[in-house]
Ligand binder design. Sequence first.
Ligand code: ADP
Ligand code: MG
Length: 193
Amino acid sequence: MTGGRADGLEVRTASVDETRALAAALSAIARPGDLVLLAGDLGAGKTAFVQGFGAGLGVEERITSPTFTLAQQYEGRLRVHHLDVYRLDQLSEVVELGLAELLDDGGVVLIEWGDAILPALPNDYLEVRLTFGEGDDDRSVALATVGPSWAARRRVLTEAVEPFTGARARGAGATAGPGAAAGEADHQGAGGC
Ligand code: ADP
Ligand code: MG
Protein backbone atom coordinates (compact mmCIF):
# COMPACT_ATOMS: atom_id res chain seq x y z
CA MET A 1 0.00 0.00 0.00
CA THR A 2 2.97 2.32 0.24
CA GLY A 3 2.91 5.13 -2.23
CA GLY A 4 -0.40 4.07 -3.68
CA ARG A 5 -1.00 1.46 -6.32
CA ALA A 6 1.08 2.13 -9.33
CA ASP A 7 -1.17 0.05 -11.55
CA GLY A 8 -4.36 1.56 -10.24
CA LEU A 9 -6.70 4.46 -10.66
CA GLU A 10 -7.87 6.61 -7.82
CA VAL A 11 -11.09 8.54 -7.81
CA ARG A 12 -12.63 10.71 -5.12
CA THR A 13 -16.31 10.96 -4.50
CA ALA A 14 -18.07 13.56 -2.35
CA SER A 15 -21.43 11.86 -1.80
CA VAL A 16 -23.04 8.46 -1.73
CA ASP A 17 -24.80 9.27 -4.99
CA GLU A 18 -21.49 10.02 -6.62
CA THR A 19 -20.11 6.67 -5.50
CA ARG A 20 -23.20 5.03 -6.93
CA ALA A 21 -22.81 6.93 -10.20
CA LEU A 22 -19.17 5.86 -10.41
CA ALA A 23 -20.20 2.25 -9.86
CA ALA A 24 -22.91 2.56 -12.51
CA ALA A 25 -20.34 3.91 -14.96
CA LEU A 26 -18.13 0.91 -14.23
CA SER A 27 -21.00 -1.51 -14.67
CA ALA A 28 -21.18 -0.39 -18.29
CA ILE A 29 -17.93 -2.25 -19.00
CA ALA A 30 -18.86 -5.35 -17.03
CA ARG A 31 -18.90 -8.71 -18.75
CA PRO A 32 -20.40 -12.07 -17.87
CA GLY A 33 -18.21 -13.88 -15.36
CA ASP A 34 -16.66 -10.72 -13.94
CA LEU A 35 -15.53 -10.60 -10.36
CA VAL A 36 -15.41 -7.34 -8.43
CA LEU A 37 -13.81 -7.36 -5.04
CA LEU A 38 -14.85 -4.63 -2.62
CA ALA A 39 -12.52 -3.64 0.17
CA GLY A 40 -12.82 -0.99 2.82
CA ASP A 41 -13.91 -0.47 6.40
CA LEU A 42 -17.45 -0.66 7.68
CA GLY A 43 -19.42 2.28 6.31
CA ALA A 44 -16.91 3.04 3.60
CA GLY A 45 -19.51 2.52 0.89
CA LYS A 46 -19.12 -1.03 -0.39
CA THR A 47 -22.85 -1.71 -0.37
CA ALA A 48 -23.51 1.72 -1.89
CA PHE A 49 -21.14 0.77 -4.69
CA VAL A 50 -23.05 -2.45 -5.35
CA GLN A 51 -26.30 -0.48 -5.39
CA GLY A 52 -24.98 1.82 -8.09
CA PHE A 53 -23.45 -1.06 -10.03
CA GLY A 54 -26.76 -2.91 -9.96
CA ALA A 55 -28.70 0.20 -10.95
CA GLY A 56 -26.35 0.61 -13.89
CA LEU A 57 -27.22 -2.91 -14.97
CA GLY A 58 -30.92 -2.19 -14.70
CA VAL A 59 -31.59 -3.95 -11.41
CA GLU A 60 -34.86 -2.52 -10.12
CA GLU A 61 -34.99 -4.36 -6.84
CA ARG A 62 -33.56 -2.54 -3.85
CA ILE A 63 -30.08 -3.83 -3.10
CA THR A 64 -29.34 -4.14 0.60
CA SER A 65 -26.59 -5.64 2.70
CA PRO A 66 -26.84 -9.41 2.64
CA THR A 67 -26.88 -9.60 6.42
CA PHE A 68 -28.30 -13.02 7.09
CA THR A 69 -27.64 -14.58 3.75
CA LEU A 70 -24.09 -14.43 2.51
CA ALA A 71 -25.17 -14.06 -1.06
CA GLN A 72 -28.03 -12.35 -2.83
CA GLN A 73 -28.97 -12.39 -6.46
CA TYR A 74 -30.55 -9.66 -8.56
CA GLU A 75 -31.78 -9.74 -12.12
CA GLY A 76 -30.51 -7.06 -14.45
CA ARG A 77 -29.01 -6.81 -17.90
CA LEU A 78 -26.45 -9.10 -16.33
CA ARG A 79 -27.35 -11.04 -13.22
CA VAL A 80 -25.79 -9.53 -10.11
CA HIS A 81 -24.49 -11.78 -7.35
CA HIS A 82 -23.89 -9.73 -4.22
CA LEU A 83 -21.84 -11.39 -1.51
CA ASP A 84 -20.71 -10.11 1.85
CA VAL A 85 -18.17 -12.38 3.50
CA TYR A 86 -17.70 -10.24 6.62
CA ARG A 87 -19.38 -12.82 8.80
CA LEU A 88 -17.56 -15.74 7.30
CA ASP A 89 -15.69 -17.52 10.08
CA GLN A 90 -13.49 -19.77 8.06
CA LEU A 91 -12.11 -19.81 4.61
CA SER A 92 -13.59 -23.29 4.20
CA GLU A 93 -17.04 -21.73 4.26
CA VAL A 94 -16.23 -20.04 0.99
CA VAL A 95 -16.59 -23.42 -0.64
CA GLU A 96 -20.24 -23.40 0.39
CA LEU A 97 -20.77 -20.16 -1.47
CA GLY A 98 -20.24 -22.06 -4.69
CA LEU A 99 -18.24 -19.20 -6.09
CA ALA A 100 -17.12 -21.04 -9.20
CA GLU A 101 -20.74 -21.71 -10.12
CA LEU A 102 -21.71 -18.12 -9.51
CA LEU A 103 -18.90 -16.91 -11.74
CA ASP A 104 -19.95 -19.39 -14.38
CA ASP A 105 -23.52 -18.19 -14.30
CA GLY A 106 -23.24 -15.48 -16.92
CA GLY A 107 -23.54 -12.72 -14.36
CA VAL A 108 -21.25 -10.52 -12.33
CA VAL A 109 -20.09 -11.34 -8.82
CA LEU A 110 -19.38 -8.53 -6.34
CA ILE A 111 -17.92 -9.51 -2.98
CA GLU A 112 -17.81 -7.16 0.00
CA TRP A 113 -14.75 -7.83 2.17
CA GLY A 114 -13.48 -9.95 -0.71
CA ASP A 115 -9.90 -9.17 0.28
CA ALA A 116 -10.45 -11.39 3.31
CA ILE A 117 -10.85 -14.47 1.15
CA LEU A 118 -8.23 -13.83 -1.50
CA PRO A 119 -6.80 -17.38 -1.44
CA ALA A 120 -10.24 -18.66 -2.43
CA LEU A 121 -10.67 -16.29 -5.35
CA PRO A 122 -9.53 -16.64 -8.94
CA ASN A 123 -6.64 -14.37 -9.77
CA ASP A 124 -8.71 -12.26 -12.13
CA TYR A 125 -10.76 -9.44 -10.67
CA LEU A 126 -11.25 -5.74 -10.28
CA GLU A 127 -10.41 -4.51 -6.82
CA VAL A 128 -12.36 -1.52 -5.57
CA ARG A 129 -10.95 -0.15 -2.33
CA LEU A 130 -12.96 2.53 -0.56
CA THR A 131 -11.41 4.69 2.11
CA PHE A 132 -12.71 7.60 4.15
CA GLY A 133 -11.66 11.10 3.17
CA GLU A 134 -11.53 14.44 4.94
CA GLY A 135 -15.21 15.22 5.16
CA ASP A 136 -17.99 12.86 6.28
CA ASP A 137 -19.09 12.25 2.72
CA ASP A 138 -15.68 12.16 1.10
CA ARG A 139 -14.38 8.83 -0.10
CA SER A 140 -11.42 7.72 -2.05
CA VAL A 141 -12.08 4.88 -4.46
CA ALA A 142 -8.97 3.05 -5.62
CA LEU A 143 -9.36 0.71 -8.56
CA ALA A 144 -6.81 -1.97 -9.35
CA THR A 145 -6.99 -4.59 -12.06
CA VAL A 146 -5.74 -8.06 -11.26
CA GLY A 147 -5.44 -10.71 -13.92
CA PRO A 148 -5.96 -10.88 -17.66
CA SER A 149 -9.61 -10.07 -18.26
CA TRP A 150 -9.54 -6.75 -16.40
CA ALA A 151 -6.03 -5.88 -17.53
CA ALA A 152 -7.31 -6.07 -21.10
CA ARG A 153 -9.89 -3.45 -20.21
CA ARG A 154 -7.54 -0.90 -18.71
CA ARG A 155 -8.30 1.67 -21.37
CA VAL A 156 -12.09 1.46 -21.18
CA LEU A 157 -11.79 1.39 -17.42
CA THR A 158 -9.83 4.63 -17.46
CA GLU A 159 -12.39 6.15 -19.82
CA ALA A 160 -15.29 5.04 -17.65
CA VAL A 161 -13.94 6.78 -14.57
CA GLU A 162 -12.70 9.85 -16.40
CA PRO A 163 -15.77 11.97 -15.60
CA PHE A 164 -15.03 11.38 -11.92
CA THR A 165 -11.36 12.19 -11.90
CA GLY A 166 -11.52 15.78 -10.77
CA ALA A 167 -7.76 16.20 -10.93
CA ARG A 168 -7.84 15.65 -14.66
CA ALA A 169 -10.45 18.38 -15.08
CA ARG A 170 -8.42 20.76 -12.94
CA GLY A 171 -5.21 20.17 -14.81
CA ALA A 172 -2.84 17.26 -15.11
CA GLY A 173 -0.74 16.54 -12.07
CA ALA A 174 -2.75 18.79 -9.80
CA THR A 175 -3.96 16.85 -6.83
CA ALA A 176 -7.07 18.31 -5.33
CA GLY A 177 -6.43 19.76 -1.91
CA PRO A 178 -8.92 19.35 0.90
CA GLY A 179 -10.55 22.67 0.06
CA ALA A 180 -10.88 22.00 -3.63
CA ALA A 181 -13.91 19.76 -3.36
CA ALA A 182 -15.54 21.70 -0.56
CA GLY A 183 -16.57 24.68 -2.63
CA GLU A 184 -18.40 24.46 -5.88
CA ALA A 185 -18.06 20.80 -6.70
CA ASP A 186 -18.76 20.60 -10.38
CA HIS A 187 -18.84 16.94 -11.15
CA GLN A 188 -19.82 16.67 -14.73
CA GLY A 189 -21.13 13.34 -15.78
CA ALA A 190 -21.99 12.31 -12.25
CA GLY A 191 -25.63 13.18 -12.67
CA GLY A 192 -28.50 10.84 -13.24
CA CYS A 193 -29.86 8.31 -10.87
P1 ADP B 1 -20.20 -0.62 3.69
O1 ADP B 1 -21.00 -1.57 2.85
O2 ADP B 1 -18.82 -0.39 3.17
O3 ADP B 1 -20.19 -0.99 5.13
P2 ADP B 1 -22.38 1.18 3.14
O4 ADP B 1 -22.43 1.34 1.68
O5 ADP B 1 -23.38 0.25 3.77
O6 ADP B 1 -20.89 0.80 3.60
O7 ADP B 1 -22.57 2.58 3.86
C1 ADP B 1 -21.90 3.73 3.45
C2 ADP B 1 -22.50 4.87 4.23
O8 ADP B 1 -21.74 6.03 4.02
C3 ADP B 1 -23.93 5.16 3.79
O9 ADP B 1 -24.68 5.56 4.89
C4 ADP B 1 -23.74 6.31 2.83
O10 ADP B 1 -24.86 7.15 2.74
C5 ADP B 1 -22.57 7.05 3.48
N1 ADP B 1 -21.76 7.83 2.54
C6 ADP B 1 -21.49 9.14 2.67
N2 ADP B 1 -20.70 9.60 1.69
C7 ADP B 1 -20.45 8.53 0.89
C8 ADP B 1 -19.69 8.36 -0.30
N3 ADP B 1 -18.98 9.37 -0.87
N4 ADP B 1 -19.67 7.14 -0.85
C9 ADP B 1 -20.34 6.11 -0.29
N5 ADP B 1 -21.06 6.20 0.84
C10 ADP B 1 -21.13 7.40 1.44
MG1 MG C 1 -21.89 -3.40 3.24
